[in-house]
Design a protein around this ligand. Structure first.
Ligand code: SF4
Ligand code: SF4
Length: 396
């Protein structure tokens, strides 16, 4: 998810929008969202109507308690919707905004970007999140067009246009069984394309109880994070912002992390589909997690319903003892519940499949995080960590 965090201590009502549902021009092998089409077997057109757009924007803005409001446009591929739809959205944001500051972020695969889109994003201060899995061969492993062709060149063309129009962008890479073995190639590529805000998300996916080939082994996830962290902490702190590292530091100092998977609870970010159905989370768009429809319930009713509060609290309530007793629980919080498919050595269920990787990562970064925390507490820059000599690290 593309995120702009306004305040680490306040959590306004937040619902991301799917203006074309799961419709996408690409066919990435690992996509978790394409199958959502099956939830709506009787719909031919997956397109949010202008009427629904207005209903959402009016309600969403009226339910906000903060002076700044964030809209997130997501897919599928949201640029399949025409630009007039987004112009209308901006008009409605002004109409119902009552002078509040409104920010827009959009997550796209980048292949449909053109001059018109980029100049629209620049003029209206959108933050654009681009999904890209690293350099050409890494990216093209799984991110394919409908007819199975590679998509890298189209994405890079989109990034060039964003740069040409000086649009603010960040990158989101999916870490899979291929690129997990090339952490530095992955990181250097993003530095080379001048992406200063970098997010990545690990794939853990099962089909009929078996892990998919593109899922990553836990240990490799830990090694991937550590290898990138080693370079980042030596020379890139304050220049490149890596969401996982920032979120880890946030947990170290007791602030709200910018990654939901490392937060204490879930349930703060709902999703509204093209037809007004609202779900608990982008990764839980399943019938059991449907909170209602905006034509019959308000967003406030749905997002603060008992069902959603339970969904949020379950992240903590369903943890195995191993997590509750873990020295890094404050940093990990058992990670995302969707990844809790393993058991502890004593046979307790709900252990996170990536546990070993996370434990290894947190234990490697602990001295650095302690140092950065001390600097922050003393109102000095955490970037001073770059002067900490690696030889002082107990793991070296
Ligand atoms: S279920 Fe996972 S993706 Fe959804 S809010 Fe919780 S941590 Fe985030
Ligand atoms: S590192 Fe493992 S045991 Fe510790 S909180 Fe995370 S998932 Fe649980």
């Amino acid at each position: 998810m593309t995120e702009k965090t306004f305040s680490p201590f306040a959590r306004p009502l937040y619902v991301m929008l799917k203006p074309v549902g799961s419709t996408c021009n690409l066919r990435c092998n690992y996509c978790y969202y394409l199958e959502k089409r099956d939830l709506y077997p009787h719909d031919k057109e997956f397109a949010m109507s202008d009427e629904l757009l207005e209903r959402f924007i009016e309600q969403y803005l009226n339910s906000q308690t903060m002076p700044e409001v964030l809209f997130t446009w997501h897919g599928g591929e949201p640029l399949i919707k025409d630009i007039a739809f987004f112009r209308k959205a901006l008009h409605l944001q002004k109409k119902y905004g009552q002078g509040r500051r409104i920010e827009n972020t959009i997550q796209t695969n980048g292949t449909l970007l053109n001059d018109e889109w980029c100049s629209f994003f620049k003029d209206n201060n959108f933050l654009v999140g681009i999904s890209i899995d690293g350099s050409q061969s890494l990216h093209d492993t799984y991110r394919k067009t409908r007819d199975g062709k590679p998509s890298f060149n189209q994405v890079m063309n989109g990034i060039s246009l964003l740069k040409k129009h000086k649009v603010e962008f960040n990158v989101m890479g999916v870490v899979n069984n291929k690129n997990v073995d090339y952490p530095l190639e992955f990181y250097h590529f993003f530095k080379q394309i001048e992406a200063h805000y970098i997010q990545f998300t690990p794939i853990v996916e099962t089909i009929d109880g078996a892990l998919t080939p593109w899922s990553i082994p836990a240990e490799k996830w830990g090694n991937f994070l550590i290898t990138i962290f080693k370079e980042w902490v030596k020379q890139d702190v304050g220049r490149y912002f890596i969401q996982y590292f920032d979120a880890t530091l946030a947990n170290w100092v007791g602030a709200q992390p910018g990654v939901c998977s490392l937060a204490k609870t879930c349930g703060h970010a709902g999703v509204m589909e093209f037809n007004g159905d609202v779900y608990s989370c982008d990764h839980y768009v399943f019938p059991n997690y449907k909170l209602g429809n905006i034509y019959s319930n308000t967003l406030v009713e749905m997002m603060y319903s008992e069902k959603q509060l339970k969904f949020g609290a379950d992240k903590h309530e369903t943890l195995p003892t191993q997590c509750l007793q873990c020295e890094y629980f404050f940093a990990c919080n058992g990670e995302c519940p969707k990844n809790r498919i393993a058991s502890t050595p004593t046979g307790e269920p709900n252990l996170n499949y990536l546990c070993r990787g996370y434990h290894k990562f947190f234990s490697y970064v602990a001295p650095y995080m302690d140092f950065m925390k001390t600097e922050l507490m003393a109102q000095r820059s955490p970037a001073n960590v770059m002067q900490l000599k690696l030889s002082q690290h107990p793991n070296n």
